[in-house]
Design a protein around this ligand. Structure first.
Ligand code: URA
Length: 260
């Protein structure tokens, strides 16, 4: 296992550049879909300075704005998101699934959408895919609780774990944009093809795009296989998908260490 960092925590679908797809995340004008369908401005985002970088130790922390201000802004965002009725997924959900992990982390992982266990518990990646994701992160020297902030492209469970539709992804995009704007991660890991498409607009096969650094407004992005795919392709032989994912996550950790 490379370096020090944090060790294995604990151990719950594939459910899935252009810098201009989202463009620069609008810090001063974050628009949130609201129940009425009208856009509503979140002013807390305005108060956070743009740049992160520089950490004391480990891979966590940084950013302008105090951690407390950031967490308060994320709490406000969560409250609003929990009331979201922007698409029909709101009708079937038990819980809105926003995030887990460390909002001060320099690393953010973005998956597709909650599954059954996530819907029940209100946290992303807590089912079998999540357990495997945590193990893969740990094998690369990254702790999913301390070193990463984890979210999904879509915050409510699609029925039967189907892939979210383009409309659902679009309805949810402002929430994710605001999470990124508030957390200000240095590196985004795009977990699976849907996240890659949702965030960067890239539709190519994940088997070709994984492991290739991309950029979102200057922020480094690493696409990886979705752990649900890895659960179905369990070989740990060198060069197989699991091993490739471990290598991709090692590259992510090295990037974070090099840019401290
Ligand atoms: N798959 C995802 O993409 N996200 C989750 O939270 C769980 C499974």
């Amino acid at each position: 296992m490379p370096g020090q960092s944090c060790i294995l925590p604990y151990s719950g679908h594939d459910k899935g550049s252009e810098d201009t797809f989202w463009g620069q995340i609008p810090m001063a004008l974050a628009l949130v879909p609201w129940e009425s369908g009208h856009a509503r401005q979140i002013s807390a985002i305005d108060s956070l300075p743009a740049s992160p970088l520089a950490i004391g130790s480990g891979l966590a922390s940084p950013a302008g704005g105090s951690p407390r201000a950031r967490e308060a802004a994320l709490d406000a965002l969560a409250q609003q998101c929990h009331a979201c009725r922007s698409c029909s997924l709101a009708l079937g959900r038990q819980r809105v699934v926003l995030s887990r992990g460390n909002p001060q982390a320099r690393l953010m992982l973005i998956g597709e959408a909650p599954g059954a266990q996530e819907d029940e518990l209100g946290q992303p990646f807590v089912g079998r895919s999540g357990q495997l994701l945590d193990q893969l992160l740990a094998a690369a020297g990254l702790d999913s609780h301390q070193d990463a902030y984890i979210a999904n492209a879509v915050k409510c469970r699609p029925p039967g774990n189907r892939k979210p539709t383009t409309l659902e992804l679009a309805a949810c995009r402002p929430w994710l944009q605001q999470q990124i704007a508030l957390v200000q991660p240095q590196v985004l890991v795009l977990v699976g093809a849907t996240a890659l498409q949702a965030v960067l607009g890239l539709k190519g096969p994940i088997s070709q795009l994984r492991g290739q650094w991309q950029s979102l407004g200057g922020r480094a992005c690493m696409p990886i296989f979705h752990p649900a795919y890895l659960l179905r392709n369990g070989s740990i032989e060198p060069g197989r998908p699991r091993d490739l994912t471990r290598a991709d996550l090692v590259a992510v950790r090295e990037h974070l260490l090099a840019s401290r």
